[in-house]
Design a protein around this ligand. Structure first.
Ligand code: ZN
Ligand code: ZN
Length: 262
């Protein structure tokens, strides 16, 4: 297991378990509005629009302060440091569902693709940083600072909120982070599995990527994954009227208009 697992993922999940036990006993309370707002910020905006659309695919250009805000939001999502997010995602697109793809459920099983691959030391060793989008991160001192201090930044946020109020910590950080992890884990696994009725393909891509009706809506667009694999640099992944892509629309809103597609 990697450093991220021991120093962040495992302790956070133990704490989350204890806190949820506290909720069940009536000792702690959840403000679901705060959970929703915080998740929208760190999840679909920080990780979806920031780490995925902007940093991993350079689908659009935006103003520098917006880039930094997206980098900060993605970092406090606790999913992965930006440079790791970009590198592993680039690898996934390059070799989707081949044996070397660490997050392919058809090659390595559901649990690996859902979670385990990103907690393993071996995954860090196989990802390549020699791609255009990774090089852009390495050239950016602020994104690199956020990446290098990813674990410290997340524990700092944790401690600041804890010092204010433990219920605030639960609603503003712990639960939104768990939700976001579930969202991204679900996309990396289920949208590469052949599930009848809810999974379908618009494009005959060489990988096993699927659009998932349920995940497409619940993830605010991240789950129209076959559309995304067909053209990873496309800003809005809507190809049928029901394929609502909130992430794509947010990206469009903050784009300077110089889409890398053109
Ligand atoms: Zn994929
Ligand atoms: Zn992608």
């Amino acid at each position: 297991m990697n450093r991220y697992f021991w120093r962040y993922w495992l302790p956070l999940h133990i704490i989350a378990f204890v806190m949820l036990f506290g909720v069940a006993l009536g000792e702690l309370t959840i403000n679901w509005w705060l959970v929703l707002i915080a998740w929208l910020l760190i999840g679909p905006i920080g990780n979806g629009v920031g780490s995925h659309k902007l940093f991993a695919h350079r689908q659009f250009k935006t103003w520098r302060p917006v880039e930094i805000i997206l980098g900060v939001l993605s970092t406090v999502g606790g999913f992965a440091p930006i440079h790791f997010w970009v590198a592993i995602h680039q690898k996934h697109h390059k070799i989707s569902d081949l044996p070397q793809d660490p997050s392919s459920p058809s090659q390595h099983g559901f649990l690996q693709s859902f979670l385990i691959y990103r907690l393993k030391e071996s995954t860090n060793k196989v990802i390549s940083l020699q791609n255009y989008c990774s090089r852009q991160i390495f050239k950016d001192p602020i994104l690199m600072w956020l990446s290098r201090h990813f674990i410290k930044i997340n524990w700092a946020v944790f401690l600041i909120l804890l010092s204010i109020d433990v219920n605030l910590l639960l609603s503003l950080y712990v639960l939104p982070v768990l939700l976001e992890h579930t969202r991204e884990n679900t996309v990396s696994s289920i949208t590469h599995m052949n599930i009848p009725l809810i999974n379908y393909r618009n494009f005959n891509t060489p990988d096993t990527s699927q659009n998932n009706v349920l995940i497409g809506f619940l993830t605010l667009g991240f789950g129209w994954h076959n559309n995304h694999h067909n053209n990873p640099r496309e800003l809005v992944n809507t190809h049928r009227w029901w394929e609502v892509d909130v992430e794509g629309q947010i990206a469009k809103l903050i784009s300077k208009g110089q889409n890398a597609n053109k």
